[in-house]
Write a protein that binds this ligand. Structure first.
Ligand SMILES: NC(=O)c1ccc[n+]([C@@H]2O[C@H](COP(=O)([O-])OP(=O)(O)OC[C@H]3O[C@@H](n4cnc5c(N)ncnc54)[C@H](O)[C@@H]3O)[C@@H](O)[C@H]2O)c1
Length: 258
């Protein structure tokens, strides 16, 4: 049985009730995990309020601001985790960003700044968070990130985010190799396209979803909760032998040649 009782799980990337991280947080909670939630702070505190209200029913024991571009916030987040929990069992990395202009049109038009920003927030952040989590995963642990098929094949308009996902997937393998001897497992979930705040920035996202609905073996795309189930499995002892993998939760779309 999938049981996360007694496990401390830190979940990043909840922006609203469409976020994949929200689907993951619900399934971790359902399996009995003790949750910590981080959010991307903004000047007016709107995100804090929105995410606090949304996640309240999951009774998180930590609720912290964490912009991955801010080293101080990352340090403060993991200092609080150490202080409050003593140890960390699971880390969910469920965030990404690229300039909207870079998610449409010609890939060759990507600017240096746009490239760096996408790679820093969407790929380097996993390294940063793993670095901070490593000393707290004293009983071993599980790190799960979210990726997309646009990191291994060309998907129209995904552009620089595809490069970031390719880097992210390779981060998974290098981190899994390094952290395995400490029994820390690192895996990626490659989700099918879902309508969220982040995906709405990708040009033609609805066309992508309709294409998947037409050709995926299950003739549909997936839900946030289905992705959440796989993430919860990866955080559990049921997945004790799984590391360095990219698991597709995409209604089978990825196997199709046409
Ligand atoms: N929606 C899809 O179709 C889809 C498919 C496969 C993978 N993914 C991946 O799932 C993850 C979650 O995206 P989503 O679709 O749920 O969208 P979302 O907009 O709900 O989530 C993206 C999150 O990234 C956070 N974020 C952005 N910049 C940040 C920063 N500097 N520091 C901290 N957090 C930051 C946002 O606050 C937001 O919570 C992303 O990695 C995305 O690439 C999404």
């Amino acid at each position: 049985m999938l049981d996360l009782t007694g496990k401390n799980a830190l979940v990043t990337g909840i922006a609203n009730n469409r976020s994949i991280a929200w689907g993951i947080a619900q399934q971790l909670h359902k399996a009995g995990a003790n949750l910590g939630i981080t959010y991307l702070p903004d000047e007016r505190g709107r995100m804090e309020k929105k995410v606090a209200e949304l996640t309240e029913p999951l009774t998180p024991s930590l609720f912290l601001p964490c912009n991955v571009q801010d080293d101080e916030q990352i340090k403060a987040t993991f200092d609080r985790v150490k202080q409050k929990w003593g140890k960390l069992d699971s880390l969910i990395h469920c965030l990404a960003f690229a300039n909207r202009d870079d998610l449409t049109g010609n890939f060759s038009d990507t600017s240096r700044q746009g490239f760096n920003t996408a790679l820093e927030i969407s790929a380097y952040s996993l390294v940063q968070l793993a670095q901070a989590a490593k000393p707290l995963m004293v009983d071993g642990g599980s790190i799960v990130t979210l990726t997309y098929i646009g990191g291994v094949r060309v998907v129209p308009n995904y552009n620089v985010m595809g490069i970031a996902k390719a880097a992210l997937e390779m981060n998974v393998r290098y981190l899994a190799s390094e952290l395995g001897p400490q029994n820390i497992r690192v895996n990626g979930v490659s989700a099918g396209p879902i309508r969220t705040l982040a995906s709405s920035a990708v040009g033609g996202i609805l066309d992508m979803i309709h294409h998947v609905e037409a050709v995926a073996p299950l003739r549909r795309t997936v839900t946030q909760l289905e992705v959440g189930n796989t993430a919860a499995f990866l955080c559990s002892d049921l997945a004790s032998g799984v590391t360095g993998q990219i698991i597709y939760v995409d209604a089978g779309y990825g196997i199709m040649g046409m």
